[in-house]
Design a protein around this ligand. Structure first.
Ligand code: SAM
Length: 471
C-alpha cells in the first residue's frame, strides 16, 4: 500500500500507485482545465506532486508544453540565475561483482581491462584534473568488497582532499558508489563527502531484478532504501537519478518524484540533486537492445518537468549528452554539468589508462576551457563554487536558504570569484578575455550592495594571487 512515510521501498514506491498515476495521467492528458490548474500551481514555485507532474508529462497539447517550457526557464532563472556548476567524474576502479546487463563493468565481461587506481595514481589523476581547473569531483567505482572496500574509498577521498598542486585544490568530493550500510555511510560522512549519489537505474521492481540478475545490486529493496540509510548515517545531501532507456519513462518519472516526496516526508529534506542519464553505447553494450530509449524532445520535457516539480533540487547532466542536447536542457533547468570527462579508470593520465576500460561513450568531447567558453558565450557563468557544503549549508539548511531566496546573495558572488580563479589560473587567453568582461557585467547583479563591494575587493585580491574567498 502506498505510504510516502514508510521506510519500505515497496510502500514508498508502490507499484500500484505508479500504475494508477499513469492511468490518471492518460485519462487527463487533454483535460485543459486540470492542466491549467496544475500549471497555475506550478507557478507558485512550490513544486508539484507525482500525479500532477504525470498529467503534464502525458499532455501533448503544443501550447501547454510551451507554457511548461517557459515556466521551467523562468524558475531556472529565478532560482539558479545564470550560474552553471562545473564538475568532473573520477573513476577509481572498474572491478565489479554485479551483473548489471547495461553496464560494461559487469563481472562476466572478460575483455574490458580491469583497473583500480593506487593512491599514487590518484595523485596523478587529481593533479591532471586540477591542472584543467576542476574543483569538484564525483568519484565513481564498481562494487567489489574485495577490490574496492569502503576503506579503499575512504583512503582515496583523503588522498584527493590532501592534494594541493599549484593553486589547485579539490574542494568537494561527491561519491557515486553502490548502496551500502549505515555504518559505511557514516564513514563517508566523516571523510567529508559532498553529495552521495546513487542512481536507481529503474524503479520498476520486476525489470530491476531482470536488469540486475546477480550480485548484491540484485536486491531491489536494499538499493531503493539506500538514501534512507545514507541519511541515517548523517549524509544530508543525496542525489537521485534513473537511467533512462531501461524502462518506460513515464513509470520512471512518476516513481522518481515519489522517491523525492518520500525523502521530504521522512527526512524533511528532498534530494539535493537529480541526474538524468540516458543509456549509452559501451564496450559489450548496445543501447539498441533496450527498447525504452527516449528521444531528445521527450528528454527535454522531462528536464523541464523536473525543474518545475522540484524547484529546489539541482539537476545534473553529464557528457553522455552532446553539446546540442546540453544547450537545450541547460536552458530548461539543468544547474550542474560535467566537462572534459573521461569515463575510464586512469582516463586523465595517459600512462595509467589501459585501453578499452571506458564505462560508456562520451558524446561531449570538448576540453574544459572550451566548455567554459561556450557557456560564457551563451551568457552563463560557469561556477567552480563549493562553498555551501564547506560553510555547512547542506541538507535542510541549504533548502531553507534556497526557499527564502537568500541563497542568491551567496551563490552569485561565489560563482564570480571561482570563475575569476579559473580565468587567472587555467583559462586560454580567448576564454579569459570573454570571462573578464562577463565578471565585470555580472558584478552589478549581486543583489546586496555590501556583498557587491566585498566581492569586488575579493576579485582584486584573486588577481593578486590570493585564493579561496567565499560567502
Ligand atoms: N557502481 C555504482 C552503483 O552500482 O551504483 C555506481 C557507479 S556507476 C560507475 C555510475 C552509473 O553509470 C550507474 O549507476 C549507471 O546508471 C550508469 N551507467 C552504467 N552503464 C551505462 C551505460 N551503458 N550508459 C550510460 N550510463 C551507464
Amino acid at each position: 500500500m502506498y505510504n510516502p512515510k514508510s521506510l519500505k521501498a515497496e510502500e514508498f514506491i508502490d507499484h500500484q500507485e505508479v500504475l494508477d498515476t499513469l492511468e490518471y495521467a492518460e485519462q487527463n492528458k487533454n483535460n485543459v482545465e486540470l492542466i491549467d490548474s496544475i500549471i497555475e500551481k506550478a507557478k507558485l514555485r512550490k513544486g508539484l506532486d507525482h500525479r500532477e507532474a504525470s498529467v503534464l508529462l502525458a499532455c501533448e497539447i503544443p501550447e501547454k508544453i510551451q507554457e511548461l517550457y517557459d515556466l521551467a526557464q523562468q524558475i531556472k532563472k529565478d532560482f539558479y540565475g545564470n550560474r552553471i556548476v562545473m564538475f568532473a567524474p573520477l573513476y577509481l576502479s572498474n572491478y565489479c561483482v554485479n551483473g548489471c546487463v547495461y553496464c560494461p563493468y559487469h563481472y562476466k565481461n572478460k575483455h574490458i581491462a580491469r583497473k583500480k587506481l593506487t593512491q599514487e595514481e590518484i595523485v596523478k589523476e587529481v593533479t591532471a584534473l586540477q591542472d584543467m581547473g576542476h574543483k569538484r569531483l564525483a568519484i565513481e567505482s564498481g562494487e567489489d568488497p574485495v577490490n574496492n572496500p569502503i576503506e579503499y574509498i575512504i583512503e582515496s577521498i583523503k588522498t584527493i582532499y590532501s592534494i594541493k598542486h599549484k593553486n589547485g585544490a579539490i574542494r568537494r568530493v561527491n561519491v557515486n558508489i553502490a548502496a551500502t550500510t549505515v555504518e559505511n555511510y557514516r564513514k563517508l560522512k566523516e571523510a567529508g563527502i559532498g553529495t552521495y549519489i546513487l542512481f536507481q537505474e529503474t524503479y520498476h521492481k520486476e525489470s530491476y531484478e531482470k536488469l540486475h540478475p546477480t550480485g548484491p545490486k540484485h536486491n531491489y529493496a536494499y538499493h531503493t532504501e539506500a538514501m534512507d540509510r545514507a541519511m541515517e548515517g548523517g549524509i544530508d545531501d543525496v542525489g537521485l537519478g534513473v537511467l533512462f532507456g531501461l524502462e518506460l519513462y513515464k513509470y520512471e518519472f512518476a516513481a522518481l518524484l515519489m522517491h523525492a516526496e518520500h525523502l521530504e516526508a521522512v527526512h524533511g529534506v528532498g534530494p539535493h540533486t537529480i541526474s538524468v542519464p540516458r543509456i549509452k553505447r559501451a564496450d559489450d553494450i548496445d543501447p539498441g537492445v533496450f527498447d525504452n530509449g527516449i528521444d531528445d524532445d521527450t528528454f527535454a520535457k522531462i528536464c523541464a518537468l523536473i525543474r518545475v516539480c522540484v524547484p529546489y533540487t539541482g539537476m545534473i547532466i553529464s557528457t553522455r549528452e552532446s553539446q546540442v542536447v546540453r544547450e537545450k536542457v541547460i536552458k530548461l533547468g539543468v544547474s550542474q554539468i560535467s566537462g572534459a570527462s573521461r569515463t575510464s579508470v586512469g582516463g586523465y593520465t595517459e600512462e595509467i589508462r589501459p585501453t578499452d576500460s571506458e564505462q560508456f561513450d562520451v558524446s561531449d568531447q570538448r576540453t574544459l576551457d572550451e566548455v567554459v567558453r561556450w557557456l560564457m558565450e551563451m551568457g552563463y557563468i560557469p561556477s567552480f563554487c563549493t562553498a555551501c557544503y564547506r560553510e555547512g549549508r547542506t541538507g535542510d539548511r541549504f533548502m531553507s536558504l534556497c526557499k527564502s531566496g537568500q541563497i542568491q546573495n551567496c551563490c552569485h558572488p561565489n560563482a564570480l570569484m571561482t570563475l575569476k580563479e579559473y580565468l587567472m589560473d587555467y583559462a586560454s587567453e580567448e576564454t579569459k578575455a570573454i570571462g573578464e568582461k562577463l565578471i565585470q557585467a555580472e558584478l552589478e547583479n549581486i543583489p546586496k550592495e555590501k556583498a557587491k563591494l566585498i566581492a569586488a575587493d575579493h576579485l582584486k585580491k584573486i588577481e593578486e594571487g590570493i585564493r579561496d574567498f567565499r560567502f
